[in-house]
Every structure is written in C-alpha cells, then in structure tokens.
Write a protein that binds this ligand. Structure first.
Ligand SMILES: Cc1ncc(C[n+]2csc(CCOP(=O)(O)OP(=O)(O)O)c2C)c(N)n1
Length: 660
C-alpha cells in the first residue's frame, strides 16, 4: 500500500492544530517540536510503526520514545489520532491536574507512552536499553520455527538530547554493541531553548554518529515520502549497525512569526495561533479533527489489527511448541519471582569473614538461577563489584542471550539503559559500580524511582571503609543523599545474611528501584542474631537485632558495617540496651505504626544512632534527645580500618556516647 500523503498531510495539519490549541489553553508547554515534526509523526503513526492501540503493551510492538519530552504534545496528539485511549478531553486538559497529558510524558500515566522523558538525553539511553532487551528477547525466545520478537526501537531526540553526555554514553555503547534494531530520528532544527543551536554546537553530528558505529541518513523531515523511504532503508539495513536519521525540520512550522527561531520553542507562538490556524486551513473550532482523518486511522487500525492477529497466531503456535519457554516469558512479564527465594540461598558458614560485596556475589548466583529474567551489568568494575552471573556469559553482538552486560565506564549511560530494559518489561535489570559514583547515575535513578521501575543497583565500596583510595572514592553523603529520593529503597546490609535478605527484598519489589550499598571491606558475620531474623528483618527495613534483658533503657540504631559496633557496645553496656538494625529506612517507614512502635517504642527516648556517613537523616529516628555518631566531613586516604577509627566509627565511641 502506498503512502497516502494527502490524508496524512491533513493529519499533520490537524496534529499541529491540537498542539497549538492545547498549549494555548494551558498557556504553557512547547509548540516547537510538535509542529516541526508533524510530518514525521504522520509517517510513523499513520504508516510505518507496528502497534495496536487496544493492546498498548503488546510485546512485539515497535517502541517509539520521544526523548525530547518537552514536545509532549507531539506524542499526545498522535496517540489520540492513532486511536489510543487518549481522548480529546484529555488533550484539552494538557498539563492540568490529574490529566493523563502531563507536561512531560510519564510512563504509566498515558497509554502508548513508553518512557518518562523530559530530562534531555535520558530517552536515548532508554531506547538503547530497549534495544538491548529486544535483542535479548529475540535470542532467548525466538525459535527456528517461530519469530515472536522482531520489533524496532525508534527514538526521537533533539539537539538538546544529543548535547547531553548521557546520550553520548548510550550511543557509543549502542554502536559498539551493534544494536541494529535501534533507529534514532534526530529532530534537527538548528534551535535550542535560549538561542540558535550554532551558539552552543558546531560539531558534525553525522560524523560523530558514524564514528560511534551508526549508519547515518539525512532527510527533509517535512517530505513524507522521503521520510518513509529513509525510515524503511534504516529499518531494513543489513549493515548490522544502529541507524541514525537526521531529520531536518523547521521548528514551529505553521506559525511563521516564530518558525525557525528559538521563539518557536516554548509558548511564545501562542499569540499568533488564531490567525495561523486559519492559514493552515483549520476551522475556527478548537481541538479540531476531521472525520476523514479519524476514518483514515480507523482503517489503518484494521490493517494493524490484522498484523497483530497474525502475530498472535504465531505466538500461540510458539507457546504450544515451547510451553516451558512461554512460562518463563509470561512470568517475566508479570515480574514474578519464586516465593521461596530466600531459602534457595545457602546459609553462610558461621565462621565466614567476607565483605558484603563478596556475599552479594554468592547470593546472586542461586537467585540468577531462580529468576531467569534477572540480568546484570557493571561499569567496567566487575572485578570489584563482583556481580557477574557465573552461570552465563557476556551479552555482546555474538551472544545476545548473555546475561552480563559490560557497560564500559559509562555509569550514567548504564543507568539510563537499565531503565530502558525495565521499561521494556521482560527482563529484570541490575547494574553495578562504586557507590560514590551514584552521583553519576542520579538523574536516571531518580527517573527509575518516578517511573516505578524495579531496577536493582548493586553499588559497592559503600563508606570510608574503602580506605586507601581516599575521599574521592569514599561515600559520606551518598547514602543519605540517595535515601531522600522518593520511591527508592536504599538497603545497606550489615553482614552476609542481611545481604541475602537485601537481594531478595530487591528482587521481590515490583513498583520501584532498590539500591544495595555493599562494603568493600570484610565484616564479621553476626551470629548472635538468628539467621532468619537477619534475612527476614531486612524486608521490614529495621528489626530488633539484640533485645534488652529487663527494662528497656536505651536504643542503639545502626546500619551496614556499623551494626557490629552497636552490638559490641551493647555487650559492654549491659541489660537495658536494645540494638536495632536498620538496613533500609524506606522499608521501615512503610511498616505500620504498630510494628514501628514495637521496634522503636516511643517511650524510650534515649537513643543513639551510628552510621559511617552524614548524620542528618538519623535525627528522625533518634529525636531531639538522641545522639547520632556519623561523619559530617569528607574522608581520608589511609587504610579503611584506620580511617574508621580516626573518624570515630567504633564500638568504644558508641559506648561512650551511650554512657554520656
Ligand atoms: C537535562 C535538561 N536540561 C535542560 C532542560 C530544559 N530544556 C528543555 S527543552 C530545552 C532545549 C532543547 O533544545 P532541542 O532539543 O533542540 O529542542 P527544540 O528546541 O527543537 O524543541 C532545554 C534546555 C531539560 N529539559 N533537560
């Protein structure tokens, strides 16, 4: 079937109208991209993409990610026209309270929105993650007889996305990994927010992406036939490379007073909209969509439905022929994990003396066997983070089924890619680096938290206990800095058994990410606390590690490697002392009041907390009468044990503060 440019031009005009009217009604938003990329939207949604609005999470749909999330009305307009459950009423409610058309696209809020985007560049990383997941899915689930995965991942970045470092990291990774299921359509309009792009960029973007290992195409983004031809060439390329289409567009096309300038970017064009709508041939009626355009998309949906049903037949045949594989896939999509995960992890020997990163490595192996969708990666630090899934190999262009991803020294890219894998919805991604480099990951961790993605971060070298590498590598504010991100669980286990509990808690969580903060240095195993108490206590965030004998006089709270000091101090101090282990403050705060009061009885106000990090957050648990032992300064370059003593992180100090 040929491209119906007549009706699709009309659709592009009406999509422009929707963006103009929505931004005008909201008196806020961005007109530039929705107007400039209207023809690209028409070709993609009106012809080129495989999708089905009635099943927006269809596993073999093409994924379209709008990385330039400020142009959200591009997505909402086309999703509406395409027939997703994004009614015109919601377009009219653009950027209003409780609408499904928020300022920037938010995953889970709007059917057809694949990723939460807006922080520029993230979408490129997410798309690369989806391409990784797509390749893995092809390798692990397609069979000789049946192809159930063969979709593409299409991402629209603008100049801003490509200026951001995260996109560079992700693109370099995509080129190296030969992710030929990835198509970037760069909306190249020479304009950014403040000014013309030439004020801030003079690189040759085509050469840059060629150097990364992409095939590069250039097209006039307003010529629909050419856009389609270029898209098809990219889609069917046999070079084994990811594809980069430079789509040259005029920002704000349709509002001549601002088009082609940075004024087109935001809502400055709004005052010209009424006159310019007329010039485009739109009627006075706002939020207008013609019957012809609706009819075209209804017909197009019938074609898409036919393809979908054909795929469904293939899927059913595949499922019948491969019931075990199908069970793995379907349980992965439901994010199920076996209920008995904890018992699959052997109990650590009573005399073990290992770092929690090493314990993590040992815990990971049986979990990887129990959860086949669990995959991992490291930012060139496997030798230190120890999170390699030993029963499997590397993911690379020769082995797409490999469960270990070598991200290179690209923490930010890694975390955006992990988000993409999680958005894709089949695999359970985890990734590793040194905890102090969480700052290099933070924008992506924040988005994982916002988008409720169950990503697992296995971050090691969690305190000044790192030692000789010194303050550049010693987190002090990092753990607390992460704890303030809403919906992120930060777990800092105290010994190998708490580490087992931490990994299981992370894997069992489906509505948000979990960060595991593990030690570099060896820790004593805390045999005084029963194994089950340590393992299961983690899931509640805090638990009584040592109960007082007799009347409760004082509570010592501790986390991670400092729990040993709390327990040792309690031994010296005698009867009335309770020790509470707090591996995860967020989980503890989610427990009901009864449990929280049981662990920290409100009547007991004599409390001391210890953590080898900044003290601020602990005051919520010790109160005004309490005392926090911590490190409110940067660390020191020296052996870790010596640094801990120098900075007062010892049992003696705890005992001293308690006595005081
Ligand atoms: C990380 C980040 N920094 C800054 C912004 C604010 N911002 C939104 S759009 C924009 C300019 C984007 O330019 P471009 O990608 O060319 O988009 P266009 O002008 O074509 O709409 C900026 C700076 C942002 N959304 N994210």
């Amino acid at each position: 079937m040929a491209l119906n440019t007549k009706i699709l031009s009309q659709a592009a005009t009406e999509a422009r109208g929707l963006a103009m009217d929505a931004v005008q009604a909201a008196a806020s938003g961005h007109l530039g991209l929705p107007l400039g990329a209207a023809e690209v939207g028409a070709v993609l949604f009106g012809y080129a993409l495989s999708y089905l609005p009635e099943d927006p999470r269809w596993i073999n749909r093409d994924r379209l990610i709008l990385s330039a999330g400020h142009g959200s009305m591009f997505l909402y307009g086309w999703l509406h026209l395409a027939g997703y459950d994004v009614p015109l009423d919601q377009i009219k409610q653009f950027r209003q309270l409780h609408s499904i058309t928020p300022g920037h696209p938010e995953f889970g809020e709007t059917p057809g929105v694949e990723c939460t985007t807006g922080p520029l560049g993230q979408g490129v990383g997410n798309a690369v993650g989806m391409a990784v997941a797509g390749k893995m899915a092809e390798a692990r689930f397609n069979t000789k007889g049946h192809t159930i995965f063969d979709h593409k991942v299409i991402c629209i970045p603008g100049d801003g996305c490509l200026q951001e470092g995260v996109a560079a990291e992700a693109a370099a990774f995509a080129g190296h990994q030969k992710l030929d299921n990835l198509i970037l359509i760069y909306d190249s309009n020479d304009v950014t927010l403040d000014a013309m792009a030439k004020l801030t960029q003079s690189e040759d973007t085509a050469e840059r992406f060629r150097a990364y290992g992409f095939d590069v195409h250039v097209v006039n983004g307003h010529d629909m036939e050419a856009v389609l031809a270029t898209y098809e060439a990219a889609k069917h390329a046999t070079t084994g490379k990811p594809q980069f289409i430079i789509s040259r567009t005029i920002i704000g096309k349709g509002i001549p007073e601002v088009a082609g300038t940075n004024k087109a970017h935001g809502e400055a064009g709004v005052k010209f909209v009424d006159a310019d709508r007329k010039a485009l041939g739109l009627p006075d009626q706002k939020f207008y969509v013609s019957k012809e355009v609706y009819d075209y998309f209804a017909e197009h949906r019938a074609i898409l439905k036919k393809r979908y049903l054909e795929w469904q037949e293939t899927y059913n045949a595949w499922k019948q022929a491969n019931p075990e594989l199908a069970a793995v896939l379907e349980s992965g999509i439901k994010r199920e994990v076996p209920k008995d995960l904890l018992s699959r992890i052997p109990v650590f020997p009573q005399d073990s003396k290992i770092a929690t990163r090493k314990a993590g490595s040992e815990v990971l192996q049986p979990l990887a066997e129990a959860v086949p969708m669990l995959i991992g990666g490291s930012a060139d630090l496997y030798g230190s983070t120890l999170n390699y899934i030993q029963s499997d190999k590397d993911f690379n262009s020769e082995n797409r089924a490999g469960r270990n991803i070598r991200f290179g020294i690209r923490e930010h890219g890694m975390c955006a890619i992990l988000n993409g894998i999680a958005y894709e919805g089949i695999f359970r991604p985890s990734g590793a680096t040194f905890l102090v480099f969480a700052d290099y990951c933070r924008p992506s961790i924040r988005l994982a938290s916002l988008a409720k993605l169950p990503v697992i971060y296995i971050f090691t070298h969690d305190s000044v206990g790192v030692g000789e590498d010194g303050p550049t590598h010693q987190p002090v504010e990092t753990v607390s800095g992460l704890r303030v991100i809403p919906n992120l669980d930060v777990i800092r286990p105290a010994d190998p058994e708490e580490t087992a509990g931490a990994f299981v808690a992370a894997l069992s969580r489906t509505d948000g990410p979990t960060l595991l903060a593990l030690t570099r240095q060896t820790l004593p195993i805390l045999n005084d606390i029963p194994v089950q108490t340590r393992r299961e206590g983690v899931s509640k965030g805090a638990y009584i590690a040592r109960k007082e004998t007799g009347a409760l006089d004082i509570i010592i709270l501790a986390t991670g490697s400092e729990l040993q000091h709390a327990l040792n101090a309690a031994k010296q101090l005698g009867n009335g002392v309770r020790v509470v282990s707090v591996p995860c403050t967020e989980r503890f705060l989610r427990q009901d009041q009864e449990y929280r009061d049981e662990v920290l009885p409100p009547v007991c106000r004599k409390r001391v907390a210890i953590e080898a990090g900044v003290t601020n957050l602990w005051y919520q648990f010790v109160g005004l009468d309490g005392k926090v032992i911590g490190i409110d300064r940067f660390g020191l370059s020296a052996p870790g044990g010596k640094v801990m003593v120098e900075l007062g992180i010892t049992a003696e100090r705890v005992a001293e503060e308690v006595r005081r």
